[in-house]
Design a binder for this molecule. Structure first.
Ligand code: ATP
Length: 343
């Protein structure tokens, strides 16, 4: 199923939680909504779910306008971080819940519900735990049961709000791989809210980066990492070094000295150079290079991480080449670099 969010805005009193947000999820796509706390991710998810309604704009599923349709009629599966299982019900009864509460005419026969629950227990790889109570499960197992409960009603769309937020790093990593496989196998369209960039970049086909109620960029994990559209995305996704410069008549100046850097199409005025540690080439302090003073050096994975300073600004560079001495003057060059107008 495809989802279209068309110019959706939502206010809470004077506060604009979503401001003219538009995006599309293609059928079978896994979208991550990524952004800092309060950026509007959950509000947007709730509009898609039908748990809340926009002040203006539209929500379409497969082209049909669902803007005012309540959640119960949207055929959606939800998994929330704090969407606790019913403690007094067994795992099997929890999974069956969405089917057993249906009106009699839509409710499957008891034997069919049992069969469906057994199928879902297999799917979440907990085939023998149907008789247990939630308190007898680990956190990761509970979230898998929550997912099975969401899938029981055969949703067309799966919405997940920080489903693994409360779990430890290792379980989280395992579960997210498993979730991605499940998404592919079942042919779902999924929207996943997270503020963990690693999770978003690893899981999603495309990442929607949100900030203060607007979308800063929508792109593949590679696009948002390698080609950040805004300074916010550059800072929020991955590590970034930022150096103030000036654009003047097609040149990029640092303390009046021209750098070998393309100003792209920027107008004259103050600007900011953004580069990731692996994007700088460490060399000598020749004209055109950004001058640095080398600090500590330490091993990081297969490369060296060099800490350095540009004036009093700390920068970090990854290199596998010859290592400069601490205190040495050196210079940085760039194959490709992001440059944004100063805010
Ligand atoms: N019912 C509400 N009434 C008033 N303000 C609200 C309401 N729901 C959300 N907000 C505000 O809207 C903003 C966006 O909230 P939202 O929950 O969408 O953010 P989020 O990006 O999901 O954050 P988090 O990562 O912390 O969950 C926040 O500033 C929040 O305080």
């Amino acid at each position: 199923m495809s989802i279209v969010i068309d110019a959706v805005s939502k206010r809470f009193g004077q506060f604009a939680a979503l401001n003219d947000v538009s995006l599309e999820a293609r059928p079978g796509e896994f979208l991550a909504l990524l952004g800092p706390s309060g950026s509007g991710k959950t509000t947007l998810l709730r509009m898609i779910a039908g748990l809340d309604f926009p002040d203006s704009g539209h929500v379409l599923f497969d082209g049909a306008d669902m803007t005012g349709t309540p959640a119960a009629e949207r055929q959606i599966g939800f998994v929330f971080q704090n969407y606790a299982l019913f403690r007094h019900m067994t795992v099997a009864d929890n999974i069956a819940f969405g089917l057993t509460v249906r009106a009699r005419r839509d409710r499957p026969a008891k034997a069919d519900i049992r069969a469906r629950v057994a199928e879902l227990l297999d799917l979440i790889q907990l085939p023998d735990l149907g008789h247990r109570y939630p308190a007898q499960l680990s956190g990761g197992q509970r979230q898998r049961v929550a997912l099975a409960r969401a899938l029981a009603v055969e949703p067309r769309l799966l919405l997940l709000d920080e489903p693994f937020g409360a779990l430890d790093a290792k379980v989280r990593k395992d579960l997210r791989r498993w979730l991605r496989e499940l998404h592919d196998r079942l042919g779902l369209t999924s929207v996943f809210v997270t503020h963990d960039q690693e999770e978003a970049l690893e899981l999603a086909d495309r990442v929607v980066i949100m900030n203060r109620g607007v979308i800063e960029q929508i792109g593949t994990p590679r696009e948002v990492y390698d080609m950040p559209a805004t300074p916010f995305v550059s800072e929020f996704v991955g590590e970034t070094n930022r150096i103030p410069v000036t654009v003047a008549d097609g040149r990029v100046l640092h303390h009046g000295q021209a750098l070998d850097v393309s100003p792209k199409a920027l107008a004259n005025g103050p600007a900011e150079l953004h580069f990731r540690p692996h994007e700088a080439l460490l060399g000598d302090d020749a004209p055109g290079a950004l001058p640095i003073v080398v600090g500590a050096v330490h091993k990081r994975g297969g490369t060296w991480r060099v800490e350095a300073r540009v004036d009093d600004i700390a920068v970090e560079i990854d290199t596998s080449g010859p290592l400069p001495e601490r205190g040495a003057r050196a210079g940085l060059r760039f194959d490709d670099v992001q440059i944004f107008p100063a805010l």
